[in-house]
Design a protein around this ligand. Structure first.
Ligand code: ARG
Ligand code: ZN
Ligand code: CA
Length: 235
């Protein structure tokens, strides 16, 4: 197998005043994703959650800032239909993760394209206020990007976007039947076992999500293997 996979990242800041997002804020966001994809954070898990402590993992994926592009644009509601990507196309998406920071509208924090889609729309769109220190509290610690990169690397929501028997294709995330919000206490039971509410692929507050599992790690990394949907990233 391969060791830590490093993904080069381009940021596209698309705002009326694109300098409103500082390079310091982008560096903070880079630090958050690098920490979240490497630190298992087992110290934060409730002591009774022994299964979860065993499942929490270093995903062995890192990110390097390859460039930041700023575009002054007065549009204030880009929506979720890739309009921002048509206006400001991705740069070498076969080898780089492209991230657009803009005002999305409709209360949407972010959206991502799963692997295998059209390269002209590949990447992640992020609401400006979700950046670390932004105004989208309690979603302003930078973990919306962690969640969206999870989708970009083939992860589904832990409830599989369906009822208890709907799979997320990851064996070690327990079944659930819908998103959890806020900062749930442990155990929170919806499908006969405790939900892994603290997983990055749930909908809880940024402060209350802090783990990927071994199964999620393997599912993400599988797309980089020869023939996988993102094998072009490893050249
Ligand atoms: N609702 C968004 C999505 O499904 C992102 C949720 C992010 N949650 C958070 N705590 N930052 O892609
Ligand atoms: Zn999601
Ligand atoms: Ca599962």
């Amino acid at each position: 197998g391969f060791g830590v996979i490093d993904i080069p990242v381009y940021f596209h800041i698309v705002l009326p005043n694109a300098n409103d997002v500082s390079s310091g804020q982008i560096n903070s966001q880079m630090n958050v994703i690098n920490s979240d994809f490497s630190n298992p954070n087992t110290n934060q898990l409730p002591s009774g959650a022994t299964d979860f402590i065993n499942d929490a993992t270093d995903a062995e994926i890192s990110f390097s800032l390859a460039g930041t592009f700023r575009y002054n644009d007065s549009r204030s509601s880009w929506g979720t239909n890739n309009a921002v990507k048509s206006a400001y196309p991705p740069i070498t998406p076969d080898t780089h993760l492209n991230i657009w920071v803009c005002e999305i509208g409709g209360g949407i924090l972010g959206y991502a394209q799963f692997p295998g889609g059209n390269s002209s729309t590949d990447g992640v769109v992020l609401l400006t206020g979700t950046l670390p220190g932004g105004n989208a509290s309690p979603y302003n610690a930078g973990r919306t990007l962690t969640h969206e990169i999870g989708h970009y690397l083939n992860l589904r929501h832990i409830w599989g976007d369906g009822r208890c028997r709907q799979d997320d294709f990851v064996a070690d995330t327990p079944a659930s039947d819908g998103p959890n919000y806020g900062c749930p206490s442990y155990p929170t039971v919806n499908c006969k076992s405790a939900d892994m509410t603290m997983n990055y692929m749930d909908y809880v507050d940024d402060a209350c999500m802090y783990m990927f599992t071994d199964g999620q790690r393997n599912r993400m990394r599988a797309i980089f293997a020869p023939g996988g949907a993102r094998d072009s990233m490893l050249n």
